[in-house]
Every structure is written in structure tokens, then in C-alpha cells.
Design a protein. Structure first.
Ligand code: SF4
Length: 277
């Protein structure tokens, strides 16, 4: 995109008493929401950074390190926008990598379908309508454990490293621990201590731009991303980058941010200042 097709703005927020200023450059023209993910990744990194600082202030140190993929055998919940972002990411990979990754996705999805795991999580929405919150939470916890017990690595994991680190899902970014990293192979509440996130953009993203196509899926696990994107072509609406950011913060604050509430600074086409005499 040409330079004047971007706008730069600064966002100042205070979350749980932590001030945060973020400068971001977003497309000025209407785009689909999954194309905004690099911006939301950048925002997530800022929120995660604040959370890590808060943990440090409490005397805790993050034990996650490069080359540790212990947590990458857990079901990664995706937002609808991430389903299409990951599908596009894989589609853009060079061969033979693309075919290898697609095969891993197909094999993993087939495995979890065979053991009835997708059917199990598909009942979450119905359960949420009929059962008390604790019952649903217990079922979600048990389903997550069933998934992990299968010990199937994420299709993007190679030599215990994430091959899409820069583009990894938001839920992966939010998962950091201060307990021994190897405990994540078999996590329990007693053995794994997660860093408390001051904010979880993954929960906001679930509502951003959603079309309702997967409203009854219960959970969108990463291993289903390719088949779901294939089965249901995306039909997102387009909005400007500023508007998507405003929608994000609108969902976060449960309020609608009016158009005049966004003050973005165009990168070019700025009116020249009048000279002082
Ligand atoms: S996307 Fe990357 S970080 Fe997330 S589970 Fe897969 S390999 Fe791990």
C-alpha cells in the first residue's frame, strides 16, 4: 500500500492501574478484520509485556524459553478471524512446506474427529444454555485434558519450536508460565503457574468481526483452522483500520466508540503549516 494509505495514531490506556501508550499504524482503507491481526498481535505483545512486568514486580520470572514447545500439545482456541488468517498463512507458504503443514493439519483433525473430541466441544454451547457455570467449566477442563492426553503436537511445531512465531495465535502469546517449563507437558493447577494477564485480547478477538458462521462450534481449535476455512469461505465486512481498532476497544470497554472519538494522524497529505510572519 502507498504511504498515504496508512494512518498512525497513539492509544493511551490504563489497565488495572498500569498506564500504557501504544503507537500504531493501520490501513486507512476498508479491509477485512483478519488482515488487522498484525496490529492486534502488536497490541497483545504490549499487554503481555505489562503482565510480565507485573509478575516480575511480584518476584516471579517467566520460565518459557526458545526451543520449549511443552505447551504446544494443548488445544489452542482461535477467534474466527484467526481461522482465516492461519488458512491464508499456510496457503502462502512455499512448497513442500505448505503440503507438509496441510498434511499435519489433516492428520491431527482426523485423529480428534475419530475420538469424538470435536463432537464433545461442539456440545459446549448447548451445555452453556442448560447447565450451571461450574458444570460447564468442569467439562471444558476435562475436554482440554483429554486433548492433551493425546500428546499430538501443533502442526506448526518443529523441533519443539514454533515455525510461525511472528504470526502465532493470540492465545499462544498469552500463555506464559513461571513454573518449570517442562511441567507444561502435563499441566495441572498444582504444577503450572501461569502469568496473570492484565488483559486477554484473545477474549476480545472472539467477538471482533464475527459473522456467526461458527457460533455453535463451541470452541475453534487450531487443528480445525484449515478445514473450517475451506468449508466456510470468509464473508467478513470491511472497515477502516481505525474503525477495527475502535471496535476492539469498544468490545474491551463494553461501549461504542464514536467516530469522532478516534483521532488518527494521517501519515501524509497533511496540510502545510502556515508560516509565521
Ligand atoms: S502456533 Fe506455535 S506457539 Fe502456538 S501451539 Fe502452535 S507451535 Fe505452539
Amino acid at each position: 500500500m502507498a504511504e498515504n494509505e496508512w494512518v498512525t495514531g497513539t492509544i493511551r490506556v490504563s489497565i488495572a492501574g498500569h498506564p500504557l501508550e501504544m503507537s500504531m499504524t493501520v490501513p486507512a482503507k476498508p479491509i477485512k478484520p483478519h488482515r488487522m491481526l498484525p496490529v492486534f498481535h502488536q497490541m497483545t505483545n504490549s499487554f503481555v509485556g505489562l503482565s510480565v512486568e507485573a509478575a516480575k514486580a511480584e518476584g516471579e520470572a517467566v520460565s518459557c524459553k526458545a526451543g520449549c514447545g511443552a505447551c504446544c500439545r494443548q488445544p489452542v482456541p482461535l477467534a474466527e478471524v484467526e481461522v482465516y488468517q492461519l488458512a491464508e498463512l499456510v496457503e502462502a507458504m512455499p512448497e513442500p512446506k505448505k503440503s507438509e503443514i496441510k498434511e499435519r493439519f489433516a492428520a491431527s483433525a482426523e485423529h480428534f474427529r475419530k475420538i469424538g473430541w470435536f463432537d464433545r466441544v461442539g456440545r459446549f454451547s448447548e451445555l452453556a444454555r442448560t447447565e450451571p457455570e461450574e458444570t460447564v467449566a468442569e467439562e471444558v477442563k476435562n475436554a482440554v485434558h483429554q486433548y492433551m492426553d493425546e500428546r499430538i503436537p501443533c502442526p506448526f511445531l518443529e523441533e519443539e519450536s514454533c515455525t510461525i512465531h511472528e504470526s502465532r495465535p493470540i492465545a499462544c502469546r498469552e500463555y506464559l508460565v513461571t513454573s518449570p517449563a517442562e511441567n507444561c507437558y502435563d499441566p495441572t493447577a498444582a504444577t503450572v503457574k501461569k502469568v496473570d494477564m492484565i488483559m486477554e485480547p484473545s477474549k476480545i478477538l472472539k467477538h471482533l468481526g464475527t459473522t456467526g458462521s461458527f457460533a455453535n462450534a463451541g470452541l475453534l481449535p487450531l487443528v480445525r483452522a484449515l478445514e473450517l476455512a475451506d468449508k466456510v469461505p470468509e464473508h467478513f465486512v470491511e472497515k477502516t483500520g481505525e474503525r477495527w481498532v475502535a471496535d476492539f476497544f469498544g468490545i474491551m470497554t463494553r461501549s461504542e466508540i464514536p467516530k469522532k472519538g478516534i483521532k488518527a494522524k494521517p501519515k501524509s497529505n497533511r496540510k502545510p503549516r502556515k508560516k509565521r510572519r
